[in-house]
Design a protein around this ligand. Structure first.
Ligand code: SF4
Length: 250
């Protein structure tokens, strides 16, 4: 199945956020070609008219930078998250550069920015990122096992690529964090060892979308990862590996 890409014009791009500590969200795309099996954002499909499966369509908001500029002129300064219901650095961004242009516009106003992505494409924008007074970049890393990653996040970048991105950002003096969520089958000590040198903090979250993924766990003999006591223990082991850093469980 190929990816269907449409260009759309958004009416608004700087959306008020209900996420604690986040005032606004910017989503330059609708849909996400990373196609994670547990994706929490699939509800967005109903607003699009797309009939393709989630992960196989995206709408690029081609006027996002222009609309943002207009909105920022009137907006009260606040923390901005890129992004909440898409990955702002999914492959289409390499061509469209909508996220980059939005960042450039945010820079003019120096709104604090938090980026969360699964993609090393974020490194392309290091020159802009470095100019912010207040910015944090997070990479989502959900397992240390590439086989598991391919099952649950079939079109997302490899674990190695994400950790290397954290490493580069960290070396460049950018505040970084790892979002380890949802916690997928993993060796928690090994994952922590790989991530720990390159992050200022970690955020750990359980699999919250059990109904979307139950069949996958069963098919691959991973059912113990549904057991609450088992996964709480894994999350605690992960957290303790980051002692001395800011580590929290959602
Ligand atoms: S990267 Fe995020 S938004 Fe994209 S499919 Fe995966 S979970 Fe959904």
């Amino acid at each position: 199945m190929g990816l269907v890409v449409q260009e759309i014009k958004a009416k608004s791009i700087l959306s008020k956020s209900g996420i604690p500590g986040v005032d606004y969200c910017i989503n330059p795309y609708v849909g996400c070609s990373h196609a994670c099996k547990y994706c929490y954002a699939t509800f967005m499909k109903k607003y699009t008219g797309h009939t393709e499966e989630w992960g196989y369509f995206i709408d690029a908001k081609i006027n996002a930078p222009d609309i943002l500029r207009r909105q920022l002129k009137k907006a009260k300064p606040g923390a901005v998250m890129l992004s909440s219901v898409t990955d702002a650095y999914q492959p289409a961004e390499a061509g469209y550069k909508l996220t980059r242009q939005c960042l450039e516009t945010l820079l003019e106003y120096q709104f604090p920015v938090g980026i969360l992505t699964k993609s090393p494409l974020v490194l392309r924008d290091l020159d802009v990122i470095k100019k912010f007074d207040d910015i944090e970049v997070g990479l989502t890393v959900t397992t240390d096992n590439e086989r598991i990653r391919k099952i649950f996040e079939p079109h997302a970048p490899s674990i190695e690529a994400r950790i290397n991105a954290l490493k580069t950002l960290h070396k460049q003096g950018i505040k970084t964090y790892a979002f380890i969520g949802p916690v997928l089958p993993m060796d928690p000590e090994r994952l922590a060892q790989e991530i720990r040198p390159y992050v200022h903090r970690v955020l750990i979250d359980r699999m919250n979308y059990v109904s979307k993924t139950r069949g996958i766990y069963t098919r691959f003999g991973l059912n113990q990862w549904f057991d609450k006591t088992f996964t709480v223990n894994i999350m605690q082991r992960l957290k303790s590996e980051f002692s001395g850093k800011d580590a929290s469980i959602c």
